[in-house]
Design a protein around this ligand. Structure first.
Ligand SMILES: NC(=O)c1ccc[n+]([C@@H]2O[C@H](COP(=O)([O-])OP(=O)(O)OC[C@H]3O[C@@H](n4cnc5c(N)ncnc54)[C@H](OP(=O)(O)O)[C@@H]3O)[C@@H](O)[C@H]2O)c1
Length: 319
């Protein structure tokens, strides 16, 4: 398993990281395959995901890089949610306990929290780093201007700045490339794509005109969380089929492999429901898609350009 720097931190993490999974056996499989980076959140299964990870990794804690998140609702109280100093401090203590550790490697704001001033959130995160409870901070699901504002606030006060952005990024969801990818490249943040297989759509198990596979996430209305243009998506799956065939690989591996070749990406967070899926996804690290194959996929999955990007492209020939 290849290692990559986490943004500009000097810390090395495996290019495939494991997201919250339903069983400890899957965590052990990932460890055996060389994964050293695990992503979870306090709100995943209301703390059970952190507890399981802490139990499995606990005895060898120092060998692994553990990322978790704060923001989600963790109780019925009015302050059991969000990014206020109050909630962050309590949530961090609770995560440390569940993870059976005295430090979190990467503590992430799970989402923006509009009612809280960014200054309060960032100052609380900075305190946690100074107290030694957190090593690095990151964010997830921020817009471009919010993320840039947060970085500017950190710089202004000399506080810790976000080193990573965890965001939805897949071959059927490349919106990130408008604003957030250039920002991360400019500011030295590492990108951690979530739902890289678009809830399983990019595995080839959904085909036009065929019934959805039983028990799969996207076979239920609640599992269809992502906005996917399926007509276009099926063309992308066909191209992935061709590329995968040429490498004796699978559609899922090709979809993950594509993201590993994209600028700014540090580690792709893989999810799996079964050991078979995880074994398949981990093998993505065994081969590399060629630049020509990446370009073919780039072209057919090109996101619609929003203003002012189409305008700037139009006038760029003059400079
Ligand atoms: N920051 C955030 O807001 C946020 C949001 C979402 C996720 N995340 C993180 O990202 C991680 C990954 O997200 P995700 O689980 O949505 O990723 P995903 O790769 O888009 O979807 C994973 C699902 O696809 C199916 N699948 C995966 N590999 C497969 C294979 N080889 N063959 C067939 N089906 C396969 C499985 O579901 P079925 O078998 O049911 O189809 C699996 O549970 C999460 O665990 C979490 O850590 C973060």
């Amino acid at each position: 398993m290849r290692m990559r720097f986490l943004g500009n931190t000097g810390l090395k993490v495996s290019e495939l990281s494991l997201g919250a999974v339903p069983a400890s056996a899957l965590v052990r499989m990932a460890v055996d395959a060389g994964v050293n980076f695990f992503d979870t959140a306090d709100m995943y299964s209301q703390g059970l995901a952190e507890e399981m990870l802490g139990k499995v990794l606990g005895p060898r804690r120092s060998e692994f890089i553990i990322a978790t998140k704060v923001w989600g609702r963790m109780g019925p109280g009015p302050n059991d949610v969000g990014l206020s100093r109050h909630h962050i401090m309590r949530a961090c203590e609770a995560s440390l306990k569940r993870l059976r550790t005295d430090y979190i490697d990467l503590y992430q704001a799970h989402s923006l929290d509009p009612p809280t001033r960014l200054e309060d959130t960032l100052r609380a995160f900075d305190d946690l780093v100074r107290q030694g409870k957190v090593r690095y901070i990151g964010c997830s699901n921020f817009t471009g201007w919010q993320l840039m504002k947060a970085l500017a606030i950190s710089d202004k006060y000399g506080w810790e700045r976000f080193v990573t952005l965890q965001a939805y990024y897949s071959l059927v969801g490349r919106d990130l490339e408008h604003e957030l990818v250039p920002l991360c490249l400019d500011q030295g943040l590492g990108i951690l794509p979530w739902s890289p297989l678009a809830d399983g759509f990019l595995t080839g198990k959904y085909r036009p005109g065929q019934p959805s596979p039983k028990g799969a996430r996207r076979s239920t209305p609640e599992g269809r969380n992502l906005p996917i243009d399926e007509e276009r998506g099926f063309e992308i799956v066909e191209e992935l089929d061709r590329i995968a065939n040429d490498h004796d690989a699978t559609v899922a591996q090709a979809a993950l492999n594509y993201l590993l070749r994209k600028p700014g990406v540090t580690s792709v967070i893989i999810g799996a429901r079964t050991a078979e899926q995880l074994a398949e996804n981990l093998k993505t690290a065994d081969w590399e898609m060629t630049p020509d194959e990446v370009s073919r996929l780039d072209v057919i999955s090109q996101p619609h350009k929003v203003y002012p990007y189409w305008f700037l492209e139009k006038i760029s020939h003059d400079r």
